[in-house]
Design a protein around this ligand. Structure first.
Ligand code: GDP
Length: 451
């Protein structure tokens, strides 16, 4: 199925190219862009808050003879609009409506293609008269926007969504099939080096008290045979090696926290290794919290299980302390392992892969909003001070970690408890487990939206 197409229409200098560049972002480099060639249109793969579409920019009239402009523009506009699912008609709110704008509006109305009217350069008071003039074009209420300042993206998204959300099946994240980037962090002597050596099946890391061993690489690539017999590539991040490389004698409160922070930059999944003979310490919670704050997937493993005493009460104690101590999420996976014997390591890696899968999961806008309707029906948002909060859409802006944006009127006033309700409900519905899930509120800025 081809992607939905949006055509940006408007007279020269209203800001079409700025918007085009914003929506296409760094992928612009892939657009066929030959200097010296006059182009009447540019096309690109765009993305608005996580929803992908194709975009056509009918620029290229900028140095046109004003006398021939309407004719040339009309040909281009009509061609672009024919291909498009929706026409984004852009006017300059500061300049107001010109006769050419009125003419373009007439062509667009007769085209039968849905039109979203975008009043650009809408930042500040100077734009207000232009926005009101635009209402007289007969194309519905204009969406106030500022391509330059990046304001009004949420309102633009809301206006376009009905035309661009094709309910495509969620695409698999291309990165997901790459090697699992895994870091093992924890306090000194938790058994990190022993664990890594056991995983890779050789003594690559020196364990014990010897210091100053240099290694060439901070990443160790190897393959793990999973329970189905498939070879799964893993890239282990060796944080101790990184520390030696950095050659910095950080006098920070704790080396293990510093190591964890470094690992976070590289890793998709972070394994926090605890020493079962010592239990959970404040330092461990600090590291765990940091990993989650940075949006990484976290798995916790209790090591030296071979010599653990009172195993079940120890396990339950640590589990309880984790759920209490980690403000952000409950239920972070807690496993028991023995780096010395190798017991539990396969399960640890299996859980690490599953956790990455949840962390990379993309939910379609359709699925999200079906969940969303049920969620707000089951527990309607409060009305602080009698003001009605009206949430409208949710979209997934990105994965790794899964990050969502909630649009609607006054959604910035939603209490934290309601945000938590939504996040937890989403967690259950889409099986995110204990990976960090982000939800950002995007209140509508549209002054015509007075509910
Ligand atoms: P690191 O500082 O976290 O890298 O810890 P090491 O891997 O150097 O291990 C510290 C000490 O704990 C060493 O003496 C290891 O032999 C020991 N150790 C590591 N894992 C286990 C385990 O699963 N069981 C037992 N009994 N000892 C372990």
């Amino acid at each position: 199925m081809s992607r939905p197409t949006v055509a940006i229409i408007g007279r020269p200098n209203v800001g079409k190219s700025t918007l085009f560049n914003r929506l296409v972002g760094k992928r612009l480099a892939l657009v066929d862009d030959q200097p010296g060639v006059t182009r009447d249109r540019r096309e690109g793969d765009a993305d608005l808050l996580g929803v992908p579409f194709r975009i056509i920019d009918t620029a290229g009239f900028e140095d046109e003879d004003p006398a021939s402009l309407p004719g040339r523009m009309r040909v281009q506009t009509e061609a672009a609009v024919r291909e498009a699912d929706v026409a984004l008609f852009m006017i300059d709110a500061r300049a107001g409506i010109t006769p050419l704008d009125e003419e373009v509006a007439r062509w667009l109305r007769s085209s039968g293609t849905p039109i979203v009217l975008l009043a650009n350069k809408a930042e500040g008071r100077a734009a207000e008269p232009g926005i009101h003039e635009a209402m007289a074009l007969g194309l519905g209420d204009p969406v106030p926007f500022s391509a330059e300042h990046g304001e009004g993206i949420g309102d633009l998204f809301e206006a376009l969504l009905p035309f661009i959300d094709r309910e495509e099946e969620a695409e698999d994240d291309p990165d997901e099939e790459g090697p699992l980037k895994l870091a093992v962090v924890g306090r000194p002597n938790a058994g990190k080096s022993t664990l890594i050596n056991r995983m890779i099946g050789q003594d690559r890391l020196i364990t014990g008290p010897e210091a100053g061993i240099t290694r060439d690489s901070i990443a160790i690539d190897y393959e793990w045979e999973d329970f189905e017999g498939n070879m799964r590539p893993i890239r282990l991040i060796d944080t101790a090696g990184m520390r030696k490389r950095a050659k910095v004698q950080e006098k920070l409160e704790s080396m293990s926290v510093v190591d964890a922070l470094r690992a976070i930059d590289f890793a998709e999944v972070v394994v926090l290794l605890l020493d079962a003979t010592r239990g959970l310490e404040v330092q461990d919670l600090k590291i765990a919290d940091k990993v989650l704050q940075e949006g990484r997937a976290l798995v916790i493993a209790l090591n030296k299980w071979d010599v653990a005493e009172n195993a079940s009460s120890l396990f339950n104690g640590v589990k309880g302390a984790l759920d209490e101590g980690l403000a952000q999420v409950k239920g972070v996976p807690l496993l028991t392992v023995s780096a010395a014997t190798g017991k539990g390591l396969d399960t640890l890696l299996k859980v690490a892969f599953e956790t990455r899968e949840a962390w990379s999961r993309r939910i379609t806008t359709g699925q999200l909003n079906r969940w969303f309707e049920r969620a707000i029906e089951a527990n309607p948002p409060p009305a602080p001070g009698g003001k009605r909060i009206k949430p409208r859409y949710v979209t997934q802006a990105k994965t790794r970690p899964p990050s969502f944006i909630l649009f609607g009127t006054r959604v910035d006033l939603l209490p934290k408890s309601y945000e938590r309700y939504l996040v937890n409900s989403m967690r259950k519905e889409f099986d995110f487990g204990a990976v960090p899930v982000r939800l950002t509120m995007r209140p509508s800025k549209n002054p015509f939206d007075r509910e």
